[in-house]
Design a protein around this ligand. Structure first.
Ligand SMILES: [Zn+2]
Length: 407
């Protein structure tokens, strides 16, 4: 859309220049007007009127106004019914009338455009009307941008006149590996993607990311799409070593431990001696055992309550958060960024606990759930049989990214 805006501004400035054409110092070179051909119709051969369907308009009212009698309209509608059902014409959609240039000024062709890509041509030049549906050709233009971040991701894309839809795509791809609020000016980035154009000229949106990297906390995080399962055709993004960018949660917050109590809607509380829900998974371990955050994120809360004892809650992204209870010691502070596997506290038995353990709690969209029953992002790396093909495929892309980002 931004592109179209720019084109309009350019057009207006050309028009305003022409107004000053009589000034002697202003020299205007008029561009040679190329013959306009659209819908396979040469505009030069007709009087052309563009319009949109207004409230109350029907195909009948539109072409009747072109001095076509009721009977003829009826015949046309019936004859072309199978290839162009005029009842599907909708309010606000574009149509074009092509009328003969002679005195009769008769309607010769009618074009209806239900969307930017499709159009129907109704050809009335012969006594028997003909209608057909066509699709405008779509082309893709590869775009390569990169350098040093001078602002936020969306500002940066805006400066390159790239659709914000790409920003959404990028944040999804990197959701588990880059916190875009933490990117700094001066961090490097490089993006390769395709833009869609209709008829080679009308911008129609951004295609998927072909390759990318972001410098994040001094490290370069790459993303390359690859289809492992050709039956589903699903693309997954991997780093330069074929490791998935969708970080799996660590299975447990403690390396060597055993589950002593699972998530349950109803269990007999060992301290309170009554039945209540247990919205966590208990892992027993000796006091002082390091507790790791199961995924990267930001420490949302730390503190002490009579029930939880010393606890830490980590927010991983817009969907997931985890909490760790009964610590003997908290080793992080609120707002701190933590990497997957980082030690955030030590096992203890503070709060309501019979012995040293960590109660691991898991939130999805604000609701406490059992992570052991959850279908979490797989986090699986590329299978070995695809790896050499993957590495071969990404090699030129990586070289290209590196050259854009000046690595
Ligand atoms: Zn528990």
């Amino acid at each position: 859309m931004r592109k179209i805006g720019v084109i309009i501004i350019v057009l207006f400035s050309i028009i305003s220049c022409q107004k000053e054409a009589d000034k002697p110092e202003t020299k205007i070179i008029k561009p040679k007007k190329a013959a306009k051909v659209e819908f396979g119709i040469n505009y030069a051969d007709y009087n052309v009127i563009h319009d949109t369907i207004k409230k109350g308009d029907t195909f009948g009212t539109i072409i009747q106004s072109q001095n076509i009698g009721n009977k003829r309209v009826y015949d046309i509608v019936n004859t072309v019914r199978d290839s162009f059902n005029v009842r599907t014409m909708r309010y606000n959609k574009a149509y074009t009338l092509f009328r003969s240039k002679d005195k009769t000024n008769q309607l010769q062709l009618f074009v209806y455009q239900p969307d930017a890509l499709t159009y129907y041509v109704l050809d009335l030049r012969d006594s028997i009307p003909v209608a057909y549906k066509k699709t405008k050709p779509v082309t893709f233009k590869r775009k390569v941008i990169g350098g040093v971040l001078k602002g936020s991701l969306s500002e940066t894309l805006g400066n390159h006149r790239v659709d914000v839809a790409l920003a959404n795509q990028i944040t999804k791809v990197f959701a588990w590996s880059v916190d875009f609020f933490k990117l700094k000016r001066g961090d490097r980035y490089a993006l390769i993607f395709n833009e869609r154009f209709i008829n080679d000229s009308i911008y129609d949106g951004v295609e998927e990311l072909e390759a990318a990297f972001f410098e994040y906390k001094g490290k370069i995080v790459y993303a390359f799409p690859f289809v492992q399962d050709t039956t589903t055709g699903k693309k997954t993004y991997y780093d330069e070593n074929g490791k998935t960018l969708k970080n799996l949660f660590l299975k447990t917050p403690i390396k060597f431990s055993r589950i002593t109590s699972r998530f349950s809607g109803n269990r007999f509380h060992p301290v309170q001696k009554r039945w209540k829900a247990h919205k966590g998974t208990d892992y027993a371990a000796p006091r002082g055992t390091p507790i790791s955050t199961t995924a990267a994120g930001v420490v949302e809360r730390t503190g002490y309550t009579a029930g939880n004892g010393n606890y830490v809650k980590v927010k991983h992204n817009g969907t997931y958060a985890t909490q760790y209870l009964h610590m003997s010691k908290i080793l992080v502070r609120r707002g701190q960024h933590v990497a997957q596997g980082q030690t955030i506290g030590l096992v203890g038995s503070t709060g309501l606990a019979t012995g040293p353990h960590v109660c691991y709690r898991f939130w999805k969209n604000g609701v406490q759930v059992d992570p052991l029953r959850l279908n979490l992002p797989t986090g699986e790396s590329l299978s070995a049989k695809y790896k050499s093909r993957f590495l071969q495929e990404i090699e030129p892309l990586k070289r290209e990214l590196d050259s854009i980002g000046n690595l």
